[in-house]
Ligand binder design. Structure first.
Ligand SMILES: Cc1ncc(COP(=O)(O)O)c(C=O)c1O
Length: 477
């Protein structure tokens, strides 16, 4: 098709007719995908070696959009399958996915207010809701949505560094330090490296038996840093950690940071949605309103499609310090400019992520999210209680959220790491369950994150039986 023809097609009625017909068919295909996934009558994952997959897509004939779509679904992992209990990515509410289509088609850039007035106003409301539930004073706080927790953590840490530099403009990079749990997500280290700061000044603090940052160790490291006339740019608290879903002691962290005027940043990418449950908030987030910044991924525990992360600052002015580039073609000179979002976000053009989170809040309600987080957490605790009474299973920790690490044990086999690696690989080969893994204190564990509201005790019990039957086939007995 020539470029001229494409341009003409855009304005032809025929083009819209085809869009409508394809759209109806596409929705039917997706509804079928949901039905097949929920009833678990398809494998959760259909994995091939990358070379085979590339070869397939290189050579396959694609007749039309619906043909492409059906082939794509067949070869993709199904997050809506109840046996998907792998990485921390949501099985999105279908309504919210439909709004993704709106965002893609309307393509309101959102970097500046004019390029997405509705979505920008909606983002403002969404951020107010997040801030209120953190416990911030919504007149003083502010924030925005950005593309994922990795970018959100970087953005917040850039703001923390700017604050430090504004207080001490001559401070050399070699004097700037950061403290974080050794269980923190790797993106904190990535942010540090991106900021060009000294590797040696990033202190990864050891954890207690529950994989929470060791508060005494943290305090002694702070004292050591300060005694050498260095400055602490921030302490990052995990709420929760990735591997085991452990929440650092936020009350202790806030009191340390308040006492010493240190920026406290909370990485709530996975566990931050617990602020929407009164019960969990009281238990896990006591004092969080004193943190200087917090991030929360909607695409993890809020049933929202990726990516949509809230970055929240206790003081709205901090949000302007991450990026200070001048752009005459976009912005005016005014410093405080809450509605031209690209002044504060890493992105310039940004997709309309706010509309999904807004609709989630409006249609389903805050309580719904809180109840969802509680349900998934209770299910993980139930699973932990089940596995701990079994002699052939061992759990690494008691869950505080929907993440549990455990392994199969067999007295007759000494190489438990290899045995559990074998189990995971076989699960993957069969495609019956999708579970992931991690290494804790040199031991290999199977790891589940119960992301899907369709996953029940029944599915988790089936996983136990499946693991036992695979273990029975382990060749190195
Ligand atoms: C605690 C934590 N922080 C940050 C991230 C990174 O978030 P994203 O994948 O949205 O970039 C993750 C991802 O799993 C996480 O668990």
């Amino acid at each position: 098709m020539s470029v001229t023809n494409v341009a003409l097609l855009q304005i032809e009625k025929e083009f819209i007719k085809v869009f409508r017909e394809n759209g109806y068919q596409l929705i039917d295909q997706l509804a079928e995908y949901l039905e097949n996934s929920h009833s678990a009558n398809k494998p959760v994952v259909n994995l091939h070696e990358p070379e085979i997959e590339i070869d397939y897509w290189q050579n396959v004939e694609i007749r039309d959009l619906n043909d492409f779509h059906s082939k794509l679904i067949k070869r993709s992992i199904r997050l809506h399958h109840p046996n998907y209990i792998g990485h921390q990515v949501s099985a999105p509410l279908p309504d919210l996915a439909l709004l993704g289509l709106t965002s893609d088609l309307m393509n309101n850039g959102m970097g500046i207010y004019e390029m997405g007035s509705a979505a920008v106003a909606i983002e403002h409301i969404v951020i107010q809701i997040f801030s209120k539930h953190v416990g911030y004073n919504t007149k003083e706080s502010n924030g925005f949505l950005t593309s994922g927790g990795t970018l959100a953590n970087l953005t917040a840490l850039l703001a923390a560094r700017s604050k430090l530099q504004s207080e001490d403009p001559q401070i050399p990079n070699s004097k700037i330090h950061l403290l974080v749990s050794e269980q923190a997500h790797f993106c904190v280290q990535r942010a540090w490296a991106t900021m060009g700061l000294n590797d040696k000044n990033l202190h990864t603090i050891s954890v207690n038996e529950s994989y929470q940052v060791d508060i005494d160790k943290l305090k002694s490291t702070i004292n050591e840093i300060i005694s050498q006339s260095n400055k602490i740019m921030a302490i990052v608290g995990c709420a929760c950690s990735t591997a085991t879903g452990s929440y650092d002691d936020i009350t202790a962290l806030t009191s340390i940071c308040q006492e010493r005027s240190i920026w406290l940043h909370i990485d709530g990418a996975h566990g931050g949605a617990a602020i929407f449950s009164e019960r969990l908030k009281k238990k896990l987030f006591n004092g969080v309103h004193l943190a200087d910044s917090i991030i929360i991924d909607a695409h993890k525990m809020m049933l929202t499609p990726a990516l949509a992360t809230a970055v929240l600052f206790k003081n709205h002015l901090y949000g302007y310090d991450s990026f200070k580039q001048k752009a005459d073609y976009l912005f005016n000179e005014s410093d405080i400019d809450p509605h031209n979002l690209a002044k504060r976000t890493y992105e310039t053009t940004k997709y309309m992520m706010s509309i999904k989170v807004y609709y989630l809040f409006k249609k389903y309600g805050i309580e719904y999210i809180g109840q969802f987080v509680e349900r998934q957490t209770n299910l993980a605790i139930w699973y932990y209680n089940q596995l701990t009474v079994e002699t052939d299973f061992e759990c690494a920790h008691k869950p505080q959220t929907n993440i549990l690490c455990f392994r199969y044990v067999d007295e007759s086999i000494s190489e438990l790491n290899e045995l559990n690696q074998f189990i995971r690989q076989e699960l993957l080969n069969e495609g019956s369950f999708y579970v992931v893994s991690t290494v804790l204190r040199d031991s290999y564990y199977l790891r589940v994150s119960i992301m899907n509201p369709a996953t029940t005790k029944h599915h988790l019990t089936n996983l136990v039986s499946k693991i036992r039957s695979i273990a029975a086939t382990y060749p190195n007995r």
